[in-house]
Design a protein around this ligand. Structure first.
Ligand code: FMN
Length: 185
């Protein structure tokens, strides 16, 4: 992540999140981009709407996978593991760093719901702006917060000459060690 940031890549913390719902009969996977807003010894944290399609998927099936597509560095990093919601305290701490406009937008948008027109969304934003007009701080919506992905596998991919790329897979063991294996490109 530090390398991707230093290289000036656009949205270096953007990652493509794959989920699979076990509610749907066909177990179809879905992907979308989210921003990684925390990395620590537990794993990766991203923030979203808890009523969105991705959150519905994650509640039905905690298994998830993310990819950082750092093409400008000829790199990609994949992580796979299980997710859990972060504490309300952790969500509130991140929420407080968001611009007021983003906070109001999070309140206004029923993410992943079908809208008849864009006007519906703009009216919702206006209504929520009025509702919190006198509030110094916009509270965290109950339907919004963070998910923590605890990786069980991390794969680092580095492009190299003659398609002999490096692939290093880290697997987390029961006794909390990481076993590192080189994979054929
Ligand atoms: C660069 C980029 C960053 C994004 N970051 C987020 C994010 O951090 N959280 C989020 O909920 N949606 C984010 N989105 C929008 C999602 O990709 C997606 O459209 C939205 O979350 C709804 O997904 P869903 O219907 O599968 O739940 C981002 C989109 C892009 C292109």
């Amino acid at each position: 992540m530090a390398d991707a940031t230093a290289a000036g890549l656009p949205e270096p913390n953007a990652m493509v999140l794959a989920t699979v719902s076990t509610d749907s009969a066909d177990a179809a996977p879905s992907t979308r981009t989210v921003l990684c807003k925390g990395i620590d010894e537990r794993g990766l944290v991203f923030y979203t709407n808890y009523t969105s399609a991705k959150s519905r998927d994650l509640r039905s099936n905690r298994r998830a996978s993310v990819t950082f597509p750092w093409y400008g560095l000829q790199r990609q990093v994949h992580l796979r593991g299980s997710v859990e919601q972060v504490s309300r305290e952790e969500t509130a701490a991140y929420w407080a760093t968001r611009p007021r406009g983003s906070q109001l937008g999070a309140w206004a948008s029923p993410q992943s719901v079908v809208l008849s027109t864009r006007r519906v969304l703009e009216d919702a934003l206006q209504a929520i702006t009025n509702r919190f007009a006198d509030a110094e701080e916009v509270p965290v919506p109950p339907h919004w917060g963070g998910w923590l992905l605890r990786p069980e596998r991390v794969e680092f991919w580095q492009g190299r000459g003659d398609r002999l790329h490096d692939r290093l897979a880290y697997d987390h063991t029961q006794d909390r060690r990481w076993v590192i294996r080189r994979l054929a490109p």
